[in-house]
Design a protein around this ligand. Structure first.
Ligand SMILES: [Zn+2]
Length: 325
């Protein structure tokens, strides 16, 4: 090695410097991620950061979802907190590129791992967390602990044994309005739809709606065992809010809500139609899946990763619906 030709003090310096470089490369992605989160401005007061397309993975360090923020006269209101604690730090750093005002509140669109594991940074900065009370079930059911164990395995070291799951300081029981720093915010409860506790946040002065995972722009949504019937109704409510800009939970923001909501709506309708027919005719899932023509959606991003599990979840949902009739 070149440093063996250096005098001893310089050699020691070189070794220390090399060790620091190696250690830095082993650190969780917080600092590195902070440089890469670029706030995108969508209106006078509203911004968001855009996660990678596709599922959370070690390759994208869990950065597969979006989070937004609104800079008011007095403070910053944040919508969602991304999917790992280092990404929460990175989001806060991204906000600091735009504003030094205190972060007063984080509003969660829903309690899915890729939208709230970054909360610790905001709690440490003194923010309060709001979410819909449907989220309480998530912590009571064991689902939260099971998901954390999966993330600790698949997203280590960005999610590890120190990752804390943070519950809301205020659980909302219905639609809520508030005024902050000269702007008017409206929270509309849309769950259960994509998740039991879905809500969307409208910034009235800007015509911006942060809609979480009610819309997956330009990709196949993750449906799982979601209540697709109510999800379709939620899409109609969202269209009715007439947003100028829709900031989604995944994918680019939309300036044409009706067109972008169409893909999610068409896909959900098709799942329900095809799996509903199979349930009615008592065709087993494997057979129904194999004989369904998926060509309308097979080129849409995330189809491979999500379609089969979505179809299976829909099959079970429709079976439940048919038994309840
Ligand atoms: Zn979600």
């Amino acid at each position: 090695m070149a440093c063996s030709r250096l005098p001893l003090p310089s050699r020691l310096h070189a070794i220390v410097a090399l060790t620091l470089v190696i250690l830095a490369s082993l650190l969780p992605g917080g600092q590195a991620a902070a440089e890469t989160l670029r706030p995108v401005r969508v209106s006078e007061h509203a911004w968001y950061v855009l996660g990678d397309a596709g599922m959370a993975s070690a390759a994208n360090k869990g950065f597969n979802s979006n989070a937004g923020f609104v800079v008011t006269r007095d403070s910053v209101i944040v919508i969602d907190a991304l999917g790992t604690p280092p990404l929460g730090d990175a989001l806060l750093a991204a906000i600091r590129q735009v504003s030094s005002k205190p972060v007063k509140r984080v509003i969660l669109t829903h309690y899915h791992a890729d939208h709230f594991y970054g909360l610790a940074a905001f709690k440490a900065a003194g923010a309060e967390v709001w979410a819909h009370e449907g989220g309480k079930e998530y912590f009571g059911s064991g689902e939260a602990a099971a998901r954390l164990a999966q993330r600790q395995k698949d997203l280590f070291p960005w999610v590890d044994e120190n990752t804390r799951l943070i519950q809301a300081d205020r659980w909302l029981t219905g639609d809520t309005r508030f005024e902050e720093g000269g702007l008017h915010f409206r929270i509309t409860i849309l769950g259960p739809a994509h998740a039991p506790e879905d809500l969307v946040v409208t910034v009235e002065e800007d015509g911006v709606v942060f809609c979480g995972d009610i819309l997956f722009a330009g990709r196949i949504p993750f449906v799982g065992n979601a209540d697709s019937k109510r999800w379709l109704a939620a899409i109609d409510t969202l269209v009715g809010l007439k947003p100028k800009v829709l900031v989604t939970g995944h994918g680019n923001h939309s300036t044409n809500a009706a067109a972008d909501l169409k893909l999610t709506r068409d896909y959900l309708l098709y799942l329900r139609e095809q799996m509903g027919k199979a349930v009615e005719e008592m065709v087993p899932f494997e057979e129904a899946y194999a004989r369904t023509d998926w060509s309308r959606f097979s080129k849409v991003p995330a189809f491979e990763a999500a379609n089969r599990i979505n179809a299976y979840g829909s099959y079970l949902t429709l079976e439940r619906e048919s038994l309840a009739r």
